[in-house]
Each structure stands twice: as C-alpha cells, then as structure tokens.
Design a protein around this ligand. Structure first.
Ligand SMILES: [Fe+2]
Ligand SMILES: [Fe+2]
Length: 282
C-alpha cells in the first residue's frame, strides 16, 4: 500500500524551511513591478549569497575583459531569471550539504548540478520553452535524499552505504525501508516551500516521468534525461542502468528515439564540458 501524502508528512515532521532571502527573491521574481534595485537590496543582506553570485557571474563571463565586482553589475549581467536560479541553487546546495552525514555531500551536489545543466541543455536542443525551469527542477530533483538523511540519519546513511557498496536500486530500497522514496519527500519539501507546482511534479516524477500530470511530463522527462547523463558521467551514487526505465519513459514522453537523441546527447556532453569550470567553482 503506497503511503498517502498526509502519512508522509506525519512521518517526516517539520521540513527544513526555505532560507528567508531565497523566499524574498522568489517573491520579487514573481512580481512584475519589482525592479533590479529591489533585488539588489534583498540579496545584499546575505553576504555568502552575494559572494556566490559574483563567483557565478565571473565564471559565466570567463574570457571577458572586465571582471564583475559588484552585485549590481552581476544582476545586470545575469538578469532576473538567472539570479533566481542562482538563489535556488544556493539554497539547494546548503540543504544538500546539511543532509549529507556520510552521504558524500560533494557528490550529491555535483550530481544535482550536472543533472540540472544536462537537463537544461537537452531542453534547449529539443526547443523546450522553459529550459530554466528544467535547471531548477534538476537542482532540486534529489533534495528528498538530504531531507531523509536529516530526518533519519542512521537508517538513511546505512541505506546509502548499501546502495553504494552493492550498487543496487536505491529508490526501491527506500520504498522497502521507509514506505516512501526521495522523490515523494522532495515533492513534499517543495510544496512546503510554496514553489511552482510544475517543479513539484518534476521532482516527484523524475524516476517515472510518464506518470506525471500531462502538462508537466516533458519537464519531468528532461530532468530524467539530465539525471541519466549525470550518472553516466560518474557524477553521483548509483549505477546508470538503474535509470534505464525512467530514461525510456522520458524518451517516449519527448517523442524521441535513442537514435534521434544521440546527436543531442553529443551536444549536451560538449556543453557540460564547457560548464565544468562552473560546476567545480560552485
Ligand atoms: Fe532521484
Ligand atoms: Fe538523481
């Protein structure tokens, strides 16, 4: 019997809150009257976030003559939508490392970031109009793992060790052990953070994109493809083969075949290669 969302919440108890600055930035990003100035004021209250944004602006501008040294410049360079991604990225990164007791925090983060970049690149190749949403969903897709590690430190860490040593299917083991998996927990977290329901769906169905609500199947499918590339590239814990069912569903949802996807896969890998400096720098 699958667990109901109410039972899941009862099992998990309080979920980690979205950092305040991130919540404010998201509110501004959704407000058509908000200005760059408002954004700058909110972000500058958080020094770590400001530093991270400057770092990212400079990595994106690699090879440019002028270095970005102020937040205002960075906001002008990156634009509202990218800043929003960066802020969510930084919230996600903090949470991935907090819930990392023995989880190899760096690996979890690199996995999420690689999946996000690859998913977005596939989105661009396939002319998906909301590529930035794929990026954000990709960043968050395994956040449920961190929440589970925070909530059940011993049981979850021993589960991760089993997955790592025996290279078995972690999702099934989660279901067998807890009655729910990290995709369901991720959905519950994003719901409590009040993020868009499209992101919730993408996270909930990243291992099963054909079962997402119709309108968000392509989004979930692109995250699934990004997830596959990340494991193929050795970024993350688990055998790439454990994702083959999800990847097959993703291709069906997107109306592509392994053959028609192959040239895009090549492009995505090239893009990832170029973005590696960003991944290492974050
Ligand atoms: Fe996952
Ligand atoms: Fe993943």
């Amino acid at each position: 019997m699958p667990i109901t969302p109410q039972e899941l919440i009862a099992n998990l108890g309080d979920l980690p809150p979205l950092p305040q600055v991130a919540a404010q930035v998201l509110r501004l990003a959704a407000d058509p009257d908000a200005s760059m100035d408002d954004l700058q004021k909110v972000i500058s209250t958080d020094q770590a976030l400001t530093a991270q944004i400057l770092k990212i602006s400079n990595s994106a501008m690699f090879g440019m003559v002028r270095e970005v040294t102020t937040l205002t410049q960075a906001i002008m360079t990156l634009g509202f939508s990218t800043i929003k991604s960066v802020v969510i990225a930084s919230s996600a990164k903090n949470l991935y490392s907090r819930g990392a007791a023995g989880l190899q925090e760096r690996l979890l983060w690199e996995h999420a970031l690689t999946a996000a970049m690859a998913g977005r690149a596939f989105g661009r190749c396939l002319r998906f109009p909301r590529a930035e949403e794929v990026f954000i969903s990709g960043l968050m897709h395994d956040i449920g793992k961190s929440v589970m590690a925070l909530k059940f430190p011993e049981r979850y860490v021993s589960l991760v060790k089993t997955v790592y040593n025996e290279r078995c299917d972690g999702l099934q083991l989660e279901l067998d052990t807890f009655g729910f998996d990290h995709a369901m927990v991720g959905e519950a977290l994003l719901h409590s953070w009040n993020l868009a329901s499209s992101l919730e769906d993408a996270v909930r169905w990243h291992h099963d994109p054909a079962h997402a609500p119709k309108e968000n199947q392509p989004l979930a499918a692109l995250v699934a493809l990004g997830n596959q590339i990340a494991l193929d590239q050795g970024a993350g814990i688990g055998k790439p083969e454990t994702l083959s069912a999800a990847t097959a569903q993703a291709m069906e949802v997107l109306g592509v075949t392994p053959e028609s996807l192959e040239p895009h896969r090549e492009t995505v890998l090239e893009m990832l290669e170029m973005d590696k400096s960003i991944i290492k720098g974050l």
